[in-house]
Design a binder for this molecule. Structure first.
Ligand code: HEM
Length: 301
């Protein structure tokens, strides 16, 4: 089957089944990013994004937030050192029915342009019948995986969630009260200076809690403003480095949540007035996909 025939051929239910086939089923856990730690947090917007949008959480002021850091594996007790991909999910509690959420990773781009190609990548990487070199050969010969070998080389397990940058990756569309639109991408950049951190062999969750007991853990929310020629439908492509990047606010972790955000659902496609999803097919796919994962884990499947 070639890649064009493959388009739209995997339903979100089949995608979750495919992840379970590769990684196993762990009742009650997320089907990816199974292990994590949840916090209450406070976001202070400096208003720098306000000229682009009427979205409330980006007007000058403060908004409560829920934050969850995670290890990307679907296997809850997978070694955190062997899993370099980490996640950070942030939910702005502006509207309880439809809070805006970002579910981000510590890489600036996604390995594939489509969700179908990503599921295929999971199957190639996850299977046990081929050696790692054989898998690399398959990946290198597939045009849909052209950025994967260089991404794999760059991946390095971070020493602390507090010193790691996280990218929302997809483009979002901001709209002003006058209807003017602008495509942007968001990322969270740590305020902690990474170079000052010792390498920690401790559990990353414990490391974060210890760090919070002695110092503040905070991130800046950065917004990259697209030029008209920048693609909004391809999360596997970076926008040029010279694009305008605006510091739009500060997120401070307050305290660990008693529920650890275990039952939280961070849907990155919730829209509010002034803030909507782009035409990125991976972003559009994540809502029904995560809903299926949420359905299974909340039914203790
Ligand atoms: C087709 C592509 C993708 C697949 C198949 C996939 C799969 C999943 C699944 C099944 C979950 C569990 C959802 C839940 O139970 O609530 C999840 C969570 C997550 N994903 Fe993805 N994902 C994809 C794209 C992405 C992208 C592009 C990013 C980063 C920008 C990302 C970052 C995360 C994070 C951070 C979480 C944890 C959210 C939380 O803490 O609840 N994923 N993903």
């Amino acid at each position: 089957m070639n890649s064009s025939q493959e388009k739209n051929s995997i339903t979100p239910v089949e995608a979750i089944d495919a992840i379970e086939e590769v990684a196993g089923t762990y009742p009650g856990f997320r089907r990816a990013h199974a292990k994590g730690i949840g916090f209450d947090a406070l976001f202070t917007s400096n208003g720098n994004a306000a000229p682009f949008t009427e979205a409330k959480f980006l007007q000058a002021g403060q908004v409560n937030a829920v934050v969850r850091f995670s290890h990307a594996s679907p296997v809850p007790d997978f070694s955190e050192r062997l899993m370099p991909i980490k996640g950070m999910a942030v939910q702005f509690q502006v509207d309880d029915n439809k809070p805006v959420s970002f579910a981000m990773a510590n890489v600036p781009i996604f390995p594939t342009k489509t969700p179908e190609a990503f599921i295929r990548l999971i199957k190639v990487l996850g299977g046990s019948e081929k050696s790692f070199n054989e898998k690399l050969k398959i990946i290198s010969n597939d045009t849909e995986f052209k950025t994967v070998p260089s991404l794999l080389k760059q991946l390095k397990t971070p020493s602390s969630f507090a010193s790691t940058s996280f990218w929302a990756i997809h483009a979002y569309i901001l709209t002003t009260a006058l209807g003017e639109q602008q495509a942007v991408r968001f990322s969270f950049v740590p305020v902690t200076n990474a170079s000052k951190l010792p390498f920690s062999t401790k559990d990353m969750e414990q490391e974060l809690l210890e760090r919070m007991s002695t110092s503040q853990v905070a991130f800046r929310l950065m917004m990259t403003v697209a030029s008209p020629e920048d693609p909004t439908d391809d999360p596997s492509v970076s926008w040029p480095d010279e694009r305008l990047v605006i510091d739009v606010g500060n997120l401070v972790l307050l305290k660990k949540r008693e529920d650890n955000a275990e039952n939280h659902f961070f849907d990155p496609t919730h829209e509010v007035s002034g803030f909507s999803c782009s035409d990125d097919p991976v972003l559009q796919y994540r809502s029904p996909l995560y809903e299926e994962s949420y359905r299974r884990r909340s039914n203790h499947m």
